[in-house]
Write a protein that binds this ligand. Structure first.
Ligand code: ADP
Ligand code: ASP
Ligand code: MG
Length: 511
């Protein structure tokens, strides 16, 4: 593998012009396109891809499209990566589900993509050429799997994971072209440059800011829709990297920020940000207007409808983010922006189940000071990010990502303290700026939590309060908090409004 690849597949014979970021070319202002990102369910099969083409046709101005892998494809690829890596390392893995048969799994994935292609594109040269490219992608994957990771698990994993998005861009361009919309693949590896932290690569913002406008705007000016893989990029040696699971949202905000786009639209399978995960709380409401601080908290604490990195990057770049339903594009969706201003009080409940709780208690012989510094020193040295913390003078408890390898941290902490790690826990978080300062709010929160055993409570700002509970208890707690803070409160507000209206009309009829 040598340097990063050069720009290869673009519409016609475009040559990148002298674009600067933030909307000007050779000093002349140009209208920047919106970036539309379609998640896994929105590209899942021919009908969904046709719906994308209709959505893009309905956009007045130029658009840039970012796509994820079809629903479930990244999970399947991840299983193949795990199976190959575990085998390569010769490890026994108790509890790990039986490894999928690689050739059967690849054949099933290939069939899924070819089936979609056959519906989207009529038989002919166009179909043959996309089918040949799909063949090529799967041949590459089979070859990769037969060679195995050869000790470089991260590099191997990212190369295999990327095929999900590589396949999606092929089908999306085919679907757009089939509807007469000029479109071309712009390979994310050419514009999303990252470091070499495979699996969770960090974008090189400076390079991206230069590469994105100069590669994308010539296409847009020609009336061609660039279609970019979400989630993937490349490191300096040219190898494919990934930005972490769910990272396509981040790709979209990276592109939009570099272009100075007026907005990013994340198209998904729900109407916007709900007051709780709608798959858990049927009574949840769509919130039309969310402040950026709340959006970041919600995404960090489990509302996966927006990726935390995307929410943070959008705020830092002053970029409005809209969430819309690709199954019902006429609905307004949710707008996340920094100047939510006087929007009505907002509250939402999020939960996250892939966390571990680490409890650390200083040995009685330990010095009375320096305990917390030692604990957090260990976490810093092992680069373990901490989510929630609670402490007393000689003990502390905190949550981390459950997938973190905690054995070295545990050993280091055990030198000066007793440590226990609970893996079957979840965090439940109530988010709402200012809301927690409203009189009576604490009582409503604790009324809902009353029956649930709680391991840890954490509130570091007036934007959110979090509880760590047993994983099995989390869904019920989310429902109770939603009932108490949102449904009952809303009911009370409506009753109060009706009472005031009644009093007003009585007053008027007395006059
Ligand atoms: P995509 O593949 O389009 O990126 P995701 O699965 O990543 O979609 O995110 C959408 C899902 O997020 C929804 O289907 C929903 O179940 C879940 N979700 C969790 N919390 C929330 C919330 N507060 N509001 C909306 N959706 C939520
Ligand atoms: N396909 C990738 C994943 O499932 C990226 C994304 O969907 O955002 O994690
Ligand atoms: Mg997502």
């Amino acid at each position: 593998m040598t340097d990063r690849p050069l720009l290869t597949e673009v519409c016609a014979t475009t040559t990148p012009g002298d674009f600067s970021a933030q909307g000007s070319r050779d000093g002349v202002n140009v209208v920047m396109p919106r970036v539309h990102k379609f998640g896994g369910t929105s590209v899942d099969g021919a009908e969904r891809l046709k719906a994308i083409a209709a959505i893009i046709r309905d956009q007045g101005d130029g658009s840039v499209v970012v796509v994820s892998a079809m629903a479930g494809v990244s999970n399947e690829l991840s299983r193949l990566v795990d199976a190959a890596t575990i085998e390569d390392e010769g490890r026994e893995a108790p509890g790990v589900p039986a490894a999928p048969d690689p050739s059967a799994a690849l054949a099933a994935l290939k069939k899924r993509h070819l089936d979609a292609l056959h519906v989207i594109v009529e038989e002919g040269a166009a179909r043959t050429s996309v089918a040949a490219r799909i063949d090529e992608i799967f041949d590459g994957a089979a070859q990769l799997l037969s060679e195995g990771p050869s000790g470089e698990a991260g590099r191997f994993g990212d190369q295999l994971m990327a095929i999900g998005e590589d396949l999606s861009v092929e089908l999306t361009v085919a679907a757009l072209q089939a509807e007469g919309i000029p479109a071309a693949i712009l390979d994310a590896r050419e514009i999303i440059w990252t470091n070499a932290d495979f699996g969770a690569a960090v974008p090189d913002f400076e390079s991206i800011r230069k590469l994105v406008p100069s590669n994308i705007l010539p296409l847009v000016e020609e009336g061609c829709i660039p279609v970019v893989q979400g989630f993937i990029g490349s490191e300096a040696g040219g190898a494919t990297t990934t930005l972490g699971r769910g990272g396509s949202d981040f790709t979209a905000t990276l592109l939009a920020a570099a272009l100075g786009s007026p907005e990013v639209v994340l198209w998904t399978d729900v109407d916007g940000i709900h007051s709780a995960d709608p798959s858990l709380v049927g009574e949840s409401r769509v919130v039309s207007d969310v402040g950026s601080e709340e959006a970041v908290e919600l995404s960090y604490f489990g509302a996966r409808v927006v990726h935390p990195a995307a929410a943070k990057h959008a705020i830092a770049s002053d970029l409005p983010l809209r969430i819309k339903n690709s199954f019902a594009p006429e609905r307004t969706g949710t707008l996340i922006h920094s100047d939510r201003g006087a929007a009505p009080a907002f509250a939402a409940v999020a939960h996250k189940s892939d966390v571990a709780l680490i409890r650390v208690r200083a040995f009685p012989t330990a010095l009375a000071y320096g305990f917390l510094a030692r604990v957090f020193g260990v976490l810093g040295r092992h680069s373990v990010p901490v989510d929630l913390v609670s402490t007393s003078h000689s003990s502390t408890a905190f949550t981390v990502d459950r997938d973190e390898d905690l054995s070295a941290v545990r050993r280091a902490l055990s030198v000066f303290s007793e440590v226990d790690v609970l893996k079957n826990v979840a965090t439940v978080t109530v988010v709402g700026r200012g809301m927690l300062r409203e009189p009576g709010m604490d009582a409503l929160v604790f009324w809902a939590v009353e029956k649930t055993p709680v391991y840890l409570i954490s509130q570091a700002s007036d934007v959110s309060i979090s509880f760590v509970v047993d994983g099995d208890e989390a869904p019920e707690l989310v429902r109770r908090l939603h009932l108490s803070l949102i449904e009952l409160k809303e009911g009370a507000r409506e009753e109060e409004a009706a009472r005031s209206e009644e009093e007003r009309s009585e007053e008027e009829s007395r006059r």
